[in-house]
Ligand binder design. Sequence first.
Ligand SMILES: Cc1cc2nc3c(=O)[nH]c(=O)nc-3n(C[C@H](O)[C@H](O)[C@H](O)COP(=O)(O)OP(=O)(O)OC[C@H]3O[C@@H](n4cnc5c(N)ncnc54)[C@H](O)[C@@H]3O)c2cc1C
Length: 521
Amino acid sequence: MKSTSSEIEKKRSKNIQEVSSTHFDALIIGGGINGAVSALALRTHGVNVALFEKNDFASGVSQESSNLVWGGFKYLESYELKLVMGLCHSRNRLARAYPSRLVEKRFLAALDSSSPFAPWFATMGANAYWGIGQFATKRPRYRSARTIKRLEPSIREDNLIGGIEYSDHLIVDNDSRFVIQMIVDAAERGASVGNYMTVLDAEYLKKKWHLKVRDEVLDKEFETTSNVLVNTAGPEVSKICNMSNTKTESNLVFSKGVHLIVPRVTDSGRILAFFDGTQRLFYVIPMGECSVIGTTDERVKQHEVSVNGDDIDFLLTEANRKLSLPKPLLPEDIISERVGVRPLVVPKGGVDHDKDWTELSRRHEVESDRRYRMISVLGGKLSDCLNVGEEVVSSLEDLGYKTSKPSTRWYGEPSKAEKSIFFHTARKNSIEDDMIKKLWRRHGSRSFEVIENISEDRITGDNLSEKIDYCPAEISVMKNHEFIYDSEDLLRRRTLIGQTVSPSQLEKDPGFVSLLDLLEK
Ligand SMILES: Cc1cc2nc3c(=O)[nH]c(=O)nc-3n(C[C@H](O)[C@H](O)[C@H](O)COP(=O)(O)OP(=O)(O)OC[C@H]3O[C@@H](n4cnc5c(N)ncnc54)[C@H](O)[C@@H]3O)c2cc1C
């Protein structure tokens, strides 16, 4: 059981009371990206919906990605044109809808004599990718070995034969924050959402789903009902099927992926891409003041995974082979680690031989079961989340439910008009432009509240420390709206602090004690 204040207890008890006395149109199990986007899409289409997550929101696979919103350039290798077209379309929609949370990044793919493609061929591929992506990003460019060395001195020269520069998008503040913002948006539009709420049992009786749920914070069990059940339990989709006596037609297999966070490798802001010794692409991706190196791709049987010595050895050896740093990266340079499994879909009747598993499509499947009124989401990516949301709404309609068309776009950051009012208000409060942009990106409409706090007490607008670039005014707004129950929720998932500052540095940081005090207040 988590430590709680009486205020939290009151809030959660009230929530339990409301949820257990409501019959919902749809109940969602799982608060990763698929659950988040389903909750937002259903709610904005007039559906009375609740979402339960057994841990913190976005604490499953959705906090372990590469933080990329991309059109799947590498799937052109296996000629999956339809998949790339769909992903590019989804990427472009997301980038237009979240112009501050997503940023276009240049990727520099450096090729050497052992790479599977010659630079001229990679350039052709990059141009095709740009075209498939409707020319929505900056145009790709061929780069000679000499230019690469000038642009990125940290890239090793040995055997370098040239490369390409092309664009995709990066989630600036972390995958998990992106997901949680979506859940908070759904809650503000009337969805009931609860983290630390485990669905223990699901039974379909007399055309209703009956769920038994445990509130892990209060250590209390309760029941609730709905017409439809939405299974977005990520790698645990089949566990929910077993619990509810249902089946999906497609199945999942898992591929483990590890990222290591190390001190910053390049100041250019570019994402560096290389082929590793197994001819797979790996990346060096910016994260705050650090770089993220990854990823591995290893078939595993279980979804519970951890980083081992071989993973660290593999990633550091590959990075040191491709980078020329003042000193090679060593295990003691690792600030933090990320590890999770990609849930890959094996379609109905599809083969699952060990040899072709890497070829499995990275496409998602949204299945609906008329008999049990169940919708299951298998696989998927952050990049493709809007399609998942819309397919879940269509599946609900196919099950015979009427939804209502939202009067405005169902996803995305607040409107341009609201943004310009915020910028105007913040400037009137003498807040600097960099801070205004950061607040808007991090908090959207809730940044008005941050400004109110700062105008009441200017000192709450100062960052807690150099490494903790959050001010008390923001922390208090996050505490009020973002379902934070302990410091890990804030450090690992709502901010980048827990990944870019090592525990020993954090302990010494003067702002850390103040941060903990603010959370406990
Ligand atoms: C290494 C790696 C790199 C990746 N990189 C990218 C990338 O750059 N871009 C991209 O778009 N995608 C990427 N992906 C893919 C993407 O991250 C995942 O496909 C996506 O996050 C899966 O989301 P999900 O909602 O299905 O699962 P999850 O995020 O795992 O959510 C499922 C949730 O269900 C909850 N749950 C399970 N059982 C219960 C229960 N009984 N009661 C309540 N809750 C329950 C779990 O706790 C979990 O939080 C990457 C994945 C990996 C592993």
